[in-house]
Design a protein around this ligand. Structure first.
Ligand code: BES
Ligand code: ZN
Length: 550
């Protein structure tokens, strides 16, 4: 039972979609139709999720009814069936659809063409496709997407010679993805290419050149990559996330293109979802830790294999987890979260990511790496192309690896159990030793750690020695600007405004606006910046920030 979907897949279950959509940049809508193929198990009602969709009609059915709109769940579309055959829903999306961002030419790198992209996770697919929008329901699909001349459409699916798309492996709706804009494409490996605006393509291809090595590393650990190609799409800066694991086509923020591959752990992460998440999927958003905790664990195994540098990530992760948990209510410190009555976007904390990964790491240490690798490989094979609950995971691990750690405590209780792995980094210990003599060769992680352990930071000295305000590394810059705001270090403040207007990644925006809102002068600055920047942010980021900047 998924509390975030009106659908009743145990009665009539969606199996396949044929989408036919036209991208209308002038009106900021998608319009077209979805042909829905389903299995009738009981009753004659197919219930779909929609959000803000205008339904023009439903063909080949006995009738339909659109329910009232809920603030984040949207409205059920109840279709009375008259046979086993498919039905066609004709519809238009709302201009403010939560799963779509329509960019003006000025918001792109090229400044000449508009851009559109989707972000369906967690429950936004319903704002652009009428679908059973629960991760427990998987569909195959085809799509025909019409775009204005010169603008290319891409999807997280296989492009056919005729320019249409096909997804042969069944996927949950949150992985249905589309983008359209002025996109160039460059091959970066035997089964990988990057798509980006033409002016970004060279830098993107260089940054992501280790992609094939990463794919090979995960395959060696957990078995074959099951999705054919693995391509990357670099989005304009307003993309609200770091990355999104759309199958065959990871969506990525341009803020990871640092020029020195220092932030490519993001690729390792989104790639890892091709096993943990896309192959074995959380059945409900309460089971989200099955996606993200496993993915962070796998991501670090890949980083370790390729760059030998995963412990630093784990140390930073643990510190940030403790910091965030101390501010969370107990019910949100558990892995299996209760999201009843809540928008799943609000349940997105570091807990599923870092506490989940920490548990897996602790199990690995308890049973030995060899046994744990074999366990994970059989887990991905056993549940491949299925959506599972935390209970199903528990049943499986109890059979395969009896009592490696106190699982119930890890999953259902708020504290970090005793005996948790304690990540340690020698490099970090050196960073903690005092003012550094030589920082050449420092990784992003060393910089972040160095900045975070400053107790009473001498902001002027830090800036004059390390030129932090000029940093081209988005992670370091964001950390530094938070400190600059907290200490009201005036020389860096113009940069805060610039950064907040240039970047839409929620992970960067949120802490900076929170830092600003702590003082009266900061509040004035936050409100001024937000008033001009808000229109350029994604609806998901707007929703988060509306609650902070008041
Ligand atoms: N699937 C998530 C992004 C997501 C989660 C979108 C929940 C909507 C709802 C993605 O894999 C992710 O975790 N991205 C991280 C980057 C990663 C390196 C930790 C992000 O965007 O910061
Ligand atoms: Zn993830």
């Amino acid at each position: 039972m998924d509390v975030h979907s009106y659908s009743r897949p145990e009665q009539v279950r969606l199996r396949h979609l044929d989408l036919d959509l036209t991208v209308r940049f002038d009106r900021k809508v998608l319009e077209g139709s979805a042909v829905l193929h389903f299995d009738r198990l009981a009753g004659d009602e197919l219930i779909l999720d929609t959000r803000g969709l205008e339904i023009q009609g439903v063909d080949d059915a006995a009738g339909f009814e659109l329910g009232g709109q809920h603030p984040f769940l949207g409205a059920p579309l109840r279709i009375r069936l008259n046979g086993p055959g498919p039905v066609r829903v004709r519809y238009t999306t709302a201009p403010g659809a939560s799963g779509l961002q329509w960019l003006e030419p000025a918001q792109t790198a090229g400044k000449l063409h508009p851009f559109l992209y989707t972000q369906s996770q967690a429950i936004h697919a319903r704002s652009w496709v009428p679908v059973q929008d629960s991760p427990g329901v998987r569909v195959t699909y085809t799509a025909r997407v019409a775009t204005p001349p010169g603008l290319r459409a891409v999807m997280g699916a296989e492009m056919q010679p005729d320019g249409t798309f096909r997804m042969e492996q069944p996927v949950p709706s949150y992985l249905i993805a589309l983008a359209a804009g002025d996109l160039a494409c460059r091959s970066i490996g035997p089964r990988s290419a990057v798509y980006a605006e033409p002016s970004m393509i060279d830098a993107a291809a260089r940054e992501f050149e280790d992609t094939e090595a990463m794919i090979a590393a995960v395959e060696e650990l957990y078995g074959p990559y099951r999705w054919g190609r693995y391509d990357l799409l670099v989005l304009p800066p307003s993309f609200p996330f770091g990355g999104m694991e759309n199958p065959r086509l990871t969506f990525a923020t341009p803020t990871v293109i640092a020029g020195d591959k220092s932030l490519v752990s993001l690729v390792a992460h989104e790639l890892a979802h091709s096993w943990s998440g896309n192959l074995v999927t959380n059945a409900t958003w309460s089971d989200f830790w099955l996606n993200e905790g496993f993915t962070v664990y796998v991501e670090r195994r890949v980083l370790e294999k390729i760059y030998g540098r995963a412990r630093e990530e784990a140390v930073l992760g643990r510190r940030e987890l403790d910091r965030e948990m101390s501010g969370l209510p107990e019910r949100d410190r558990v892995l299996h979260v209760d999201l009843d009555g809540r928008d799943p976007d609000d349940g997105m904390t570091l807990v599923p990511y870092e506490k989940g990964a920490l548990m897996l790491r602790t199990i690995e240490r308890a049973v030995g790496r060899e046994r744990f690798d074999a366990f994970l490989k059989s887990y991905f094979g056993h549940f491949a192309f299925r959506s599972i609950t935390t209970a199903e995971f528990l049943e499986f691990i109890r059979r395969e690896l009896p009592n490696p750690v106190p699982l119930d405590q890890w999953i259902f209780e708020p504290a970090i159990p005793a005996g948790a792995d304690e990540p340690h980094s020698d490099a970090f210990q050196r960073v903690e030793a005092g003012w550094p003599a030589n920082t050449s060769g420092w990784t992003t992680h060393e910089w972040l750690h160095f900045l975070r352990v400053q107790k009473e930071p001498d902001l002027a000295r830090l800036d004059s020695e390390f030129h932090l305000t000029e940093s081209g590394n988005s992670e370091i810059l964001c950390q530094w600007l938070q400190m600059a705001v907290a200490g009201w270090y005036e020389p860096a403040l113009p940069k805060v405004g610039e950064f907040l207007c240039a970047v839409g990644r929620r992970k960067f925006l949120k802490p900076l606006y929170i830092a600003l809102m702590k003082t009266a002068e900061g509040q004035a600055m936050a409100r001024r910046i937000y008033a001009s920047a808000r229109a350029g942010y994604h609806p998901i980021a707007q929703a988060t920030l509306d609650a902070i900047v008041k």
